[in-house]
Design a protein around this ligand. Sequence first.
Ligand SMILES: Cc1ncc(COP(=O)(O)O)c(C=O)c1O
Length: 386
Amino acid sequence: MNIDLVRKQIPVTSRRAYFDNAGTGPPSIPVLNSINEFMADWREYGENWEEWLPLIIESRRQFGKMIGGVRLDEIASVPNVTSALIGLASSLNYKPEGNIVISELNFPTNIYLWHLQKKHGRAKDVRLLHRDNNGTVPLEQWEKAIDDDTSIVSVDYVSWTNGCREKIREITKIAHEHGAFVIADSFHALGVFPIDARQDGVDALVCGMYKWMQGPHGAAFVYTRRERLKDLDPNYIGWHGVQDSVARRLTSQQDLFGKPFNIEETIPAPDATMFEGGSWGVISIVGAKAALEFALKHDQTERSHRVLKVTEHLIEGLKKKGRKILTPLQSDRRSGIVVFEDPDPGSTYERLKKLNITVASRVKALRASPHYYNTEEEIDKLLAAL
Ligand SMILES: Cc1ncc(COP(=O)(O)O)c(C=O)c1O
């Protein structure tokens, strides 16, 4: 990877040391161009679904490539991670008197949703696992919590709150030994680490585009392992989620609106598109598609090495300054997120911003989330400013 060339494609790097990729990733020029092209098309033609639907299908395909080359029918395009998780939660089989196992390191959506299933009688117990003093949820805790009554295990690949990287394959193996369905949120992992959803074994994987993937808000994807599609039975559905949807009409060379929709019964799509409820945010999807194509140009392993190198540099510098680091430090738990204590995060954040350095302010802490395009020189600038 020629990092100077890459940085030229990411305009923010010319002005700012940007370390908030766990918040919102900055767009690359191809992403900006694709959105501008969509705007021009919209201005010129108004409705243009014949052109836009293929872009939606193509964005699914690119996402499939990004997670290890899964099949197109295993992918759905949805507006955000929350709606992806809601779609899954309202389609799954819940074991009678069963339980759901989650971690406190999950993003709140991936916790709230499950408490609600208990309230509505779909689970007897929600087992919320807590981190230890190292900031991790040890595998033994998962082993202890998951049993034959576990319906669902839902876990984040990387924690938004302290950057802990989960042992997804091991957790999935334990869950499958007990017949549980595994959902994994890869929002803080995709774009940083290479991901192979089939090798990881997860039953469903969700991911948004606006963080490490450097795409826009309003575009996310759900992967559902084809062997588990038959276990899903949606309680809620829209016109894009049924078998005879306009997107499927397009792919089978039919006129989009050439015949009436069957409103006598509801037949959900036999594939992951059952989660595609209403019309897509095309403007976001064209940006997401460009972001996926941009990321796919890079070797994902090389990206991860770069991220771990710059975060290591940051951690070493913070240690020298005597800063307390809240991120787990074991090498197999590390990610792009580094959280460290700060006596006054709000004002430090503002001060850094004036120096053209962007981090995120958190409770009694700052969160720095450098990406593959950041450099050690930029980290030195942050350390000096701190
Ligand atoms: C891990 C993780 N999942 C989900 C979300 C929320 O995603 P969305 O707003 O697309 O629902 C976030 C937001 O920060 C997150 O960090």
